[in-house]
Design a protein around this ligand. Sequence first.
Ligand code: ADP
Length: 490
Amino acid sequence: MKSQANKLAFNDGWHYAPAPESTDHIRIDEKYDLFIGGEFVAPEEGRYFETINPATEDTLSSVALATETDIDRAVKAARKAYNGPWSKMKASERGKYIFRIARMLQERAREFATIETLDGGKPIRESRDIDIPLAAAHFFYYAGWADKLAYAFPGRNVRAVGVAAQIIPWNFPLLMASWKIAPALACGNTVVLKPAETTPLTAMKLAELIQDAGLPPGVVNIVTGAGETGATMVNHPDVDKIAFTGSTSVGRIIQKSLAGTNKKYTLELGGKAANLIFEDAAIDQAVEGIVNGIFYNQGHVCCAGSRLLVQESVADEVIEKLRERMETLIVGDPMDKNTDIGAINSAEQLETIQSYLKIGQDEGAEMYQSSCDVPRRGYWCRPTIFTGVSQSNRIVQEEIFGPVLAIQTFRTLEEGLTKANNTPYGLSGGVWTDKGAKIFKVTQGIRAGVIWANTFNKFDPTSPFGGYKESGVGREGGLHGLGAYVKMAT
Ligand code: ADP
């Protein structure tokens, strides 16, 4: 009854008036070259590829396709900067450059947020309130460490690793770039960074900002291209460290190709996080957390809460409330400040999600999607839940990377933990309960890098992040994140 009333209210004209972010304050060039040695240079083979707006399918710009010669040029520029000014500079001076990047990002936050949303499809509210402020916060945080490494590693003599090749995905483009670049620079490394092929624009804007910040040429190099370009970076003999965030399948390829080399590496890979709701939880708050964990940002989050484990006694109530809440989620124009769920990042990703929707139904699960309209152009997926799933189902075991939630029930804490741990992944998890003792049991019982209690998807530069099992190797963020970019000399 309640959900019917809700639907009626919504369908009866209770809509927010559109509140679109304007684009008149941004500049997107027709074409972007590679940022190597402090300058924008054309790619050796002269090839470019387009980047589109996934909400409209319109082309936004073209970016250079970097091939082997270009990567070699970028690595050489990074090596020259490392051997030259960067490793000789006083750490406090190095810190000043990083602080400058942080401040400039804050000053240009609106521009970065708008471009992030246009290129990636995520709601402007998300890029404005989460991606860009957190990116700046990472630069601020690591800038502070640059001249305090002796305190980070007491009693040890640490040195930079050298040249880092950094490869990032499309779900948090600028934020992932900052996660990678900030600690690397703070520890005295130089970098070659490659954004994902579908979201290169904020990285190119960051290149402009870094040029404006006056960083010595070659300290940060930004190259564009797809998987082949990434593989060329990984395999370059003069790279000392690889930092990769992306799919587990590509992580495996990278790990294989690094075997037997001396290169240091960190891999942030996939996830299939479970949120456990106990019967004593604040149910409305928990439902809101589930929505935040899987539907906001289109489920394009490696630590998304893509599985819900709910205690049997409150399962009906939780599912009913979740369905009601799903009906109120606004799916559509990512530039509209009211939008909750934006566009799926690419046609390819939409196809992957749709294939899982079919797999789930073929496996016998019951699918429910919200009844909202979606725009005709662009790539969209309504928020979706599956009930009646079993542990062995592919939609429970595999990462979908879309707004799709698999719901299971449990009776005892032990059963909940067993189910939560029964996937190849271990990136994150969540627990919703009124009882502190249960929080401790669950946080100790789930084998995952991050567990949130009575909240979800909260980030802070001071907290380490990373996975167990097939979710990755190493940690980023916080003090731990520095360890990935130093060598212990003594
Ligand atoms: P997703 O499935 O999230 O798109 P991918 O793992 O395919 O994740 O991509 C993440 C990043 O890795 C992107 O920048 C992509 O271009 C890059 N990439 C893809 N294949 C390879 C590879 N074989 N070696 C190195 N980087 C790769």
